[in-house]
Design a protein around this ligand. Sequence first.
Ligand code: CDP
Ligand code: CDP
Length: 223
Amino acid sequence: SNDIPVIAIDGPTASGKGTVAAGVAQALGWHILDSGAIYRLVALASMRREVAAGDEAALVELAGHLDIRFDVDGAWLDGECVADAIRQEAVGARASVIAALPEVRAALLARQRQFRQVPGLVADGRDMGTVVFPRAQLKVFLVAAAQARAERRYNQLKAKGISANLEDLLRDLMERDARDTGRKAAPLVPASDAMTLDSSAMTAAEVIAQVLSLYRARIAAAV
Ligand code: CDP
Ligand code: CDP
């Protein structure tokens, strides 16, 4: 499975990773791994089972035995569709707290690598290029100004009919950035061989086209 190509897309919250990964995967006809959703599923399961965010042993046990599935409707936990539930900001915040625990990360490693299937995989998260797929054919580190990212989240929520406050979103997002960047275990940093792409002034379609052209250039250079 090490011959199967991988495009890794890492970056902070609301930089557009999920949207770009989906667009690139669709264009190439590849599989997709939303690794953040896996951390969110562990977070949601822990909240429902009242496991404390600091109880590492219980969280490792939970992560190792999680009954999860992905399909066109999104993520499923214990046979229930939780696509909307895992998108709540409280779940994202909890995910970023438990994602700082090295043993929880280790418990999820093999599960993530199983997504690497023919003809290829587009994986998005924080450590796709650094830890999970260190030999990925292309690594993109997608960034955008915090204000632009807060506005993206705001518009996403508004489109779903959910009311939100821009200042609160900006504050939550900066808190989560600090936690993800500052942790010891798989911190949010670009891989040494990643291409950093600033999407602050780009549309999602432009970013998708840019990633596809980077990948094609990579392939052309390799033959
Ligand atoms: O996965 P991540 O948290 O990085 O971000 P996302 O949920 O894929 O994207 C956040 C929102 O920003 C989506 O509504 C996108 O349509 C929008 N957006 C984008 O993804 N890329 C841009 N260059 C501009 C906007
Ligand atoms: O969509 P958004 O970018 O806001 O977050 P996400 O990708 O769904 O990830 C939620 C949280 O899980 C992040 O804040 C990270 O702390 C953690 N995560 C991680 O540690 N490693 C990954 N590969 C993906 C997510």
